[in-house]
Write a protein that binds this ligand. Structure first.
Ligand SMILES: N[C@@H](CCC(=O)N[C@@H](CS)C(=O)NCC(=O)O)C(=O)O
Length: 219
């Protein structure tokens, strides 16, 4: 059984980072192919893997799975030994809810503060609009709530690293990249993500990529 992830640029593709972290953090063997999202010639290649035309994409033997959440759910099914979702039903309910909330929401934050691991640490040039501030407040409330209720046994949202951390890791990078001032519990969580061995590997690869996306670099 071989797993292959098709990923967008590691510097910019926050959706791609999510399932990659789940495999890498648990040392699950997989291969990967990174496709430059911003090269028009990549379109046909992405579509040859998935009709949705978006990455990440998982090739799991005969099966193709696309969309970050669907891929994380596939890992949870395939690797029950790793507790991809927390085991405790209450923690699992919250982990799934906040992950879905991330997946379908926070559009103002995602637009105003794109993931960009190469960017210098500084506030967005245009400042932080009220709708983005509201997203940040909600995200910090999520971090505090999960950490307070379920995080006592580790540094992550539910103690041990889980799919919820995969979903929020790119947000943690944005909070740091755009120099958002955080209270102590939230800063500690952002730091825990930056200290993850798998995240460091992802970032190292991102920094070596030759591609630049001027719209994102100008933020
Ligand atoms: N909801 C999708 C979003 C995937 C997505 O938007 N991927 C972007 C890269 S971050 C992409 O593949 N864009 C390529 C394109 O639109 O041509 C998920 O969770 O996986």
């Amino acid at each position: 059984m071989s797993l292959k992830l098709i990923l967008g640029n590691k510097n910019y593709s926050s959706w791609s980072m999510r399932p990659w972290l789940a495999l890498a953090e648990h040392d699950i063997p997989f291969s990967e192919e990174v496709i430059n999202i911003y090269d028009p010639a990549s379109r046909a290649k992405i579509l040859s893997y998935s009709p949705a035309g978006k990455m990440p994409i998982l090739i799991d033997g005969e099966n193709t799975v696309w969309d970050s959440i669907a891929i994380l759910e596939t890992f949870a099914d395939k690797f029950p030994q790793f507790d991809i979702w927390p085991k405790d039903p209450a923690a699992r309910a919250l982990a799934r809810s906040i992950s879905a909330e991330m997946h379908s929401g926070f559009v103002p934050l995602r637009k105003a503060m794109p993931m960009n691991l190469k960017r210098e640490i500084a506030p967005p040039k245009a400042g932080i609009a009220d709708d983005v501030k509201a997203d940040i407040k909600r995200i910090c409330d999520i971090f505090r709530d999960a950490r307070t209720r379920f995080g006592a046994r580790g540094k992550f949202l539910f103690g041990a690293f889980s799919a919820a951390d995969c979903m929020y890791a790119p947000v943690a990078t944005r909070l740091r990249t755009y120099a958002v001032r955080l209270d102590e519990p939230c800063e500690e969580y952002v730091e825990a993500i930056h200290e993850l061995a798998s995240f460091k590997r992802w970032k190292e690869a991102a920094l070596k990529e030759p591609w630049a996306q001027q719209d994102y670099d100008a933020v």
